[in-house]
Design a binder for this molecule. Structure first.
Ligand SMILES: [Zn+2]
Length: 411
């Protein structure tokens, strides 16, 4: 079965099968009047001018086509929502006050423990379909709302089901998301390393292991301990760091050989050097900064220093209930001062690299999977500029149309 995507007004894509950094992050391949030939879900050829014949033709109506977006940092599996905290936030209540009123992350832990696996799956699936409609075709999903073995495994089984249904879903064990109520911190770290990680590895439930290394959460030393334990059981390390304060997270990420270090809104010069020297991908989460009204981080400095930068939504019920990666891209351009081209690389190839999928995803080149988005936009600037409504006109995964705006597509 051959399918040709013809009449592409502008095709824009990063190139290669590994994360790119520095000036290369800004260098996209741009083709006008282009076509893509797909065979059995894989891109067979890309060209300009007259399109080759195929079994099926998809007319892209002179629109912008990019690779499917890769959301490399989400917390998509959770019970309940936390919209009632909005009023408290608007009254100026601090996170600690919200926590004292029974809100915050531990309320999500309670709701997630209560929810059945099937209910969690239905909810996660619906959320994923919303992301897909906005142009995201591959996603990473973390656990971390159980903080006990039963619930963490339940969350990771939900991720596995999502992967079985849609493919290209990376799973991350984030038992080190918070400390369970009333538990001694050292005892919890030991339990994670000696009981939780080996059990989850035995079930093959996690590709990555992550920890929240920040003030008031896990120290750099505790995070290293946890990530090294994960590594011994075949889980690739990732790290949440420098969201609140620099406490050595970037250095820990570099030391343990983390594939990515995420948040980084408070990272300074030394941290940037540590990431560059450690070959760690920096994942920016600008939608979180937006919702929390917090700093966006020195991602311009990271690109200039040669750190590959990716972008993700960080979708979660507390600090950013946003599923749209295009919204995060616009916020990241405006407040992180990335160019639209750098941002597209961040949301595709570098995002794929941050979850170990850059060999098959993230660019529109022969041999890559035919995951692509036809945007209701003429060019990339217009996509970033016209934020706030969904501009994905049609989203294709392995060449198959998954979702799109019927009114635009069939008009
Ligand atoms: Zn996160």
């Amino acid at each position: 079965m051959k399918r040709v995507f013809s009449n592409i007004g502008q095709l824009q894509t990063a190139t290669g099968s590994a994360a790119v950094c520095g000036k290369a992050q800004n260098e996209l391949k741009t083709l006008s009047d282009a076509w893509i030939l797909e065979e059995n879900g894989v891109i067979a050829a890309v060209g300009t001018g007259a399109a080759p014949t195929a079994d099926e033709t998809v007319d892209c109506r002179k629109k912008l086509v990019t690779p499917g977006l890769v959301d490399c940092h989400t917390h998509l599996v959770f019970g309940g929502w936390r919209e009632h905290e909005l009023a408290m936030k608007l009254q100026g209540k601090t996170y600690l006050e919200i926590l004292a009123a029974g809100g915050g992350i531990l309320s999500t832990v309670r709701e997630t423990r209560k929810a059945s696996e099937d209910a969690l799956y239905e909810k996660t699936r619906d959320l994923f379909l919303e992301m897909l409609a906005c142009g995201t075709t591959a996603v990473e999903v973390k656990s971390g709302y159980g903080l006990d073995l039963e619930t963490e495994r339940k969350q990771l089984r939900v991720v596995r089901r999502l992967k079985e249904e849609f493919g290209d879903v990376a799973s991350t064990f984030l038992g080190a998301h918070a400390f369970p109520e009333g538990m001694d911190h050292e005892a919890y770290v030991n339990w994670l390393c000696e009981t939780a990680i080996p059990t989850i590895a035995e079930d093959g439930l996690a590709d990555f292991c992550d920890a929240f290394c920040d003030e008031g959460v896990f120290t750099a030393e505790q995070s290293l301990h946890i990530l090294n334990a994960g590594k011994r059981f075949g889980m690739v390390p990732k790290l949440h760091a420098d969201e609140i304060k620099e406490i050595g997270g970037t250095q820990a990420a570099a030391r343990v050989g983390a594939i990515s270090c995420d948040h980084l809104s408070e990272t300074g010069e030394e941290g940037i050097k540590a990431l560059r020297d450690g070959g760690v991908i920096a994942v920016m989460l600008p939608a979180t900064s937006f919702y929390l009204k917090k700093p966006y981080g020195n991602f311009r400095g990271m690109i200039d220093a040669g750190v590959p930068v990716a972008v993700a939504t960080d979708m979660n019920p507390g600090s950013t209930p946003n599923l749209s990666l295009p919204f995060a891209m616009t916020a990241g351009c405006l407040y992180g001062l990335l160019t639209p081209s750098e941002m597209l690389t961040a949301a595709t190839l570098n995002g794929a690299a941050a979850i170990g999928m850059a060999k098959t995803l993230g660019t529109l080149e022969p041999g890559k999977q035919a995951d692509l988005v036809v945007w209701d936009a003429d060019n990339l600037d217009q996509l970033i500029y016209r934020y706030g409504t969904n501009r994905a006109a049609a989203v294709f995964k392995r060449g198959v149309r998954m979702t799109g705006k019927e009114n635009l597509w069939n008009a």
